[in-house]
Design a protein around this ligand. Structure first.
Ligand code: SF4
Ligand code: ZN
Length: 482
């Protein structure tokens, strides 16, 4: 491990110096030319785009690009938010021991698969790449599991100074508005166009700052519902604003004929970046006519029966059973109370759940299994209803044999373990039904939104994640997250 850490430090020094080198040779913003996409794929992409895209949706000259960069970066210099990862240099803690903490720290934030992938990536860097972190968007995406185009571009530009644009949801919104792109932003053609624009615009002298500025503009000014156009640094270049003015003039009929403003092949239906003529302009939306809203399918409804099985007389104090989910699929690898997928009708739930419990803990007294309530948790694509059961083993011989994939935890250990928010809610239902608690009189019905605004007790905040140093000695419970 020591060797790997040393290798990483040496790699970082090399990368830092190459970054400096790039900085010295990079043109300044005012000298800058539009950047071209890298490699053959980029050139092919450009040819395809040039063949099918109206110049109305492009930046046609260097002067426009330069104004965009300078306006955005000056605004960013003044207005950038004080975010934890900007306040201090985040330490690269991509070593096996430290990464054990990621799932635990992020449990409850909904980043389960991201935490797992980060862990896998860290292992790969340490174990297969000799501690050398890939430092270009191409190698990051190619070599690290779970690193997609956006993440690769963000790391390469922000951490290593590579001149590469990035497109996230905020940038999609900004670019669709600035270039009046009304076609479906999730389509391949529009997506390619947006990446091409981002690459053209990124500032060669400050690529990381430029990308952060574009994302920040979308997050704070060019927001989905109520964009603050009067405060926008790129307002003079924004075709959505121009379109709003034209539509308002047309609607007021204060001018005879069409206002003299540039537009893209109106109503011909030939431009693949404009909204189809069947989708009329909505005067009430203004610039928020861009980007086109993509209708999402409602989440699939599923039902699960889950049971808090507690051994009151276990050696060392009461313990509850947690079992590990499979390594793929929803909440992969996380720990949960024994659960089975069931029909929403409720038939056979008890029987199926008892079988599941017995497969982990041996014979259990079926008559003590009690239905306590339900918890509804909406993931991005699944609305999962947990039927919550409880079973307290009293007076039985404690279960001492634990099969692989199962753990008996104390309540304290459970509270700091890497379990999902839904399981924490399930446990609250169970606790609320315990003798001596005031919530025991009614069946509990708890609805949880996956877009929770306030952290629940015990949940880590992202701020905490970026504290100066994460302890290198994982407590024993962190093995739960493995
Ligand atoms: Fe967004 Fe308005 Fe700025 Fe255009 S002028 S980029 S719509 S905030
Ligand atoms: Zn068009």
């Amino acid at each position: 491990m020591k060797k790997s850490r040393a290798a990483m430090r040496s790699c970082c020094r090399k990368q830092a110096s190459s970054k400096e080198g790039r900085k010295k040779h990079a043109p300044s913003s005012s000298q800058a030319k539009p950047s071209a996409p890298d490699g053959l794929a980029g050139r092919l992409e450009e040819v395809v785009l040039q063949a099918s895209v109206s110049p109305y949706h492009l930046f046609r000259d260097t002067a426009e690009v330069t104004v965009f960069r300078e306006s955005l970066l000056s605004w960013y210099n003044r207005e950038k938010r004080d975010l934890p990862w900007r306040r201090q240099k985040v330490r690269w803690t991509w070593t096996g021991g430290r990464m054990l903490e990621v799932n635990q720290l992020w449990a409850g934030l909904g980043y389960y698969s991201r935490g797992r992938r980060l862990q896998e990536g860290a292992r790969k860097v340490v174990e297969e790449l000799g501690g050398h972190m890939p430092c270009t968007a191409d190698t990051l995406q190619r070599l690290l599991p779970g690193v997609g185009r956006y993440t690769a571009g963000a790391i390469a530009s922000i951490a290593f100074g590579q001149i590469t644009g990035v497109v996230d949801g905020n940038v999609v919104r900004v670019l669709c508005r600035v270039r009046a792109i009304g076609a479906d932003p999730s389509s391949t053609l529009v997506s390619q166009q947006l990446w091409s624009l981002a690459q053209q615009l990124v500032d060669p002298a400050r690529p990381g700052d430029f990308n952060q500025a574009a994302m920040e503009l979308g997050a704070t000014v060019c927001t989905p519902q109520h964009p603050l156009c009067s405060q926008c640094p790129v307002q003079s270049l924004c075709r959505a604003r121009q379109r709003v003015e034209r539509e308002q003039l047309l609607a007021s009929q204060s001018l005879p004929g069409s206002p003299d403003m540039e537009e893209c092949a109106p109503n011909t239906g030939q431009c693949q970046l404009c909204a189809p003529p069947t989708e009329p302009w909505d005067l009430t939306l203004g610039v928020a006519n861009f980007p086109k809203k993509v209708s999402r399918r409602p989440p699939r409804e599923e039902c699960s029966a889950t049971c808090v099985l507690e051994q009151l007389g276990a050696h060392g104090g009461a313990r509850i059973l947690l079992v590990q989910r499979p390594n793929s699929g929803l909440l992969a690898g996380l720990w949960e109370f024994p659960s089975v997928a069931v029909e929403p009708s409720g038939q056979c739930q008890r029987k199926a759940l008892l079988q599941e419990l017995q497969s982990w803990a041996g014979p259990v007294p079926a008559t003590r299994l009690r239905h306590l309530g339900q918890v509804v948790h909406t993931f991005s694509h699944i609305k999962l209803t947990y039927q919550v059961f409880g079973l307290a083993l009293e007076g039985q011989t404690p279960v001492t044999i634990t099969p692989p994939g199962a753990r008996w935890l104390t309540r304290e250990e459970f509270r700091t373990a890497a379990v999902s928010t839904a399981m924490k809610k399930v446990f609250r239902v169970y606790e609320g039904q315990q003798p001596g608690t005031c919530k025991g009189s009614k069946r509990s019905q708890v609805s949880i939104s996956s877009r929770r605004k306030k952290p629940s007790p015990g949940q880590q905040l992202l701020d905490n994640f970026f504290r100066p140093l994460i302890c290198t000695d994982p407590p024993s419970l962190n093995s739960v997250a493995q």
